[in-house]
Design a binder for this molecule. Sequence first.
Ligand SMILES: Nc1ncnc2c1ncn2[C@@H]1O[C@H](COP(=O)(O)OP(=O)(O)OP(=O)(O)O)[C@@H](O)[C@H]1O
Ligand SMILES: [Mg+2]
Length: 607
Amino acid sequence: MARHHATDIENLDMKWHVVRLLLPYLLEFKKRTLAAFFCLGLAQLASLILPFILKYIVDNLDGQLNTANPVLLVSIPLGLILAYGLAQFLNIIFNEIRDTLFGRVTEKTIRRLSLKTFQHLHGLDLEFHLNRQTGGLSRDIERGTTGINFLMRFMIFNIIPTMLRLLIVIGIFLVNYGIEFAAIIFFSILFYVIYSVIATEKRTRFVREMNQADSATNTRAIDSLLNYETVKYFTNEKYESSHYDRELAVWEKAKRNNRLSLFALNGGQALIVSLSMTVMLLLAAKGVASNTMTLGDFVFVNANMMQLFIPLNFLGFVYREIKGSLANIERLFDLLNQKATVMEQPDAQLLDVSKPEITFSHVNFCYQPDREIIRDISFTIPPGEKLAVVGASGSGKSTLVKLLFRFYDCQSGEIKIDGMDIRQVTLHSLRSAIGIVPQDTVLFNDSIYENILYGRPEASEDEVKRAISLAQLDKFIEQLPQGLQTVVGERGLKLSGGEKQRVAIARTMLKNPAILVFDEATSSLDSKTEGGILKAMQEISQGHTSLVIAHRLSTVVDADRILVMDAGRIVETGTHEELISLGGVYHHMWNLQKRKEREDPLKSESM
Ligand SMILES: Nc1ncnc2c1ncn2[C@@H]1O[C@H](COP(=O)(O)OP(=O)(O)OP(=O)(O)O)[C@@H](O)[C@H]1O
Ligand SMILES: [Mg+2]
């Protein structure tokens, strides 16, 4: 567990501007923050008078009280001891109240920021999500929120009070015991801080190495486990273990260096603290011996030093952690500042899909600047018609769908639905008008029922059942011991390819949008099931504009029009009959598939 909480200090400079980013969240809970500060003040006050009470108790017990009254002789020390107990209690309880009060502020801030980050991540475009490393991303968020927690607590309730405390104690010593004591405290603290900062900076390299090794080890282990099946297929368990162990060895070494450097840091700090304590006590003892100081003063000096150095000892740790926290929080805010490339226009309108006509005109698109994927594509799908797109793998068919759904914006040309440029309508109205059965269906790790209901969460159970039977899923579900409540496993991997596709079809049917897109929606189905589904799809697409992408040409014969794509261009277009009589690419593809079917009917079924 400790490995995951390692803080990294990748940047040498403190990122104080991050504190400013957090300020609005603090100001939002002004009353609580103020109340917490008030409690902090009270607790500090209580702890400040503790050494004084202690001094008077000792002086009393030592017989310094010049009174002969026996009642006073007993009651004064007794009262002081009770006061000591009370001050001790108040110190602790006010600190606790402060923590409890301020805890709410931290929690609310973290909740708000986590939600904001989550919504923001959903607002970013597909490209961001294709490039992200989920593990790294979730670590960034986690570290960011832990950082906020830490920063808020320690920044406000440790650093500031400790500093104040220092000044006050130096003042008290200066007034009560002269410049000597004050100077020793001042210089020992100065040395302490300088030493801590230098040693911490020196350690940075080791901490960073340790964190890198930590991440590398985790990445390796997770990647290896995710590829469980592949490891087994190639019986590479040993290979994986040795690889993992190599990473672990690096981690172990880094950890050792880190530990040794921590020892140097803590050791040095202890030396400074002990030395100055000893010198102070020597001075105080000298004072007591020469009668310039009382025994109470001796205890007072000791108690004050203890109170000072305990939080100071913490300061080294806090310094290191705060530095890490600031860097982590900054990374979280960087994430929040990332802009999506596909953005809704401020004056975006609602898409009207009463007559869903789709038009692509002179569309050009590339994912990366130096590789064109879609070249000058133009076509129109009249309302209620079915357009099929066929073509070689990688020719850009699925990309057309991504453009229509506005996962990406085309570089030139325009895409219109019912005469409206899709860049001028709201993303929500655009996307709710389109239903897609994607090429690779991914399901939530939830029940089949929930996965289908996802198409339209407010749908009734009957509607879900109808979608299930349209998608030819009922026979399959009847066989399942848990029926509709069967959980499909991570990403839906417990279902077969064809079953997953049918779940995807069912949920799109439930969504029942004006525009339907099927991207290889039946590629994993056998001919019989496919036939049934195609019939259902035909029925459903009545009155819907639909775009169907298919490898198996037999599934698109009935399309109103067929586009044949090759390397991002449309090379042929027409109905099935027209394309056959044209005798071009389509005709060739058709003949090839027919011949294959004749030679090996079983194989073509699972093609
Ligand atoms: N996010 C991306 N970044 C860069 N290149 C991409 C990205 N997505 C797809 N491509 C590339 O764009 C090309 C077209 O991909 P697309 O998915 O549109 O092909 P396709 O016609 O649907 O092929 P298939 O029939 O195999 O599904 C491919 O060569 C692919 O490598
Ligand atoms: Mg594709």
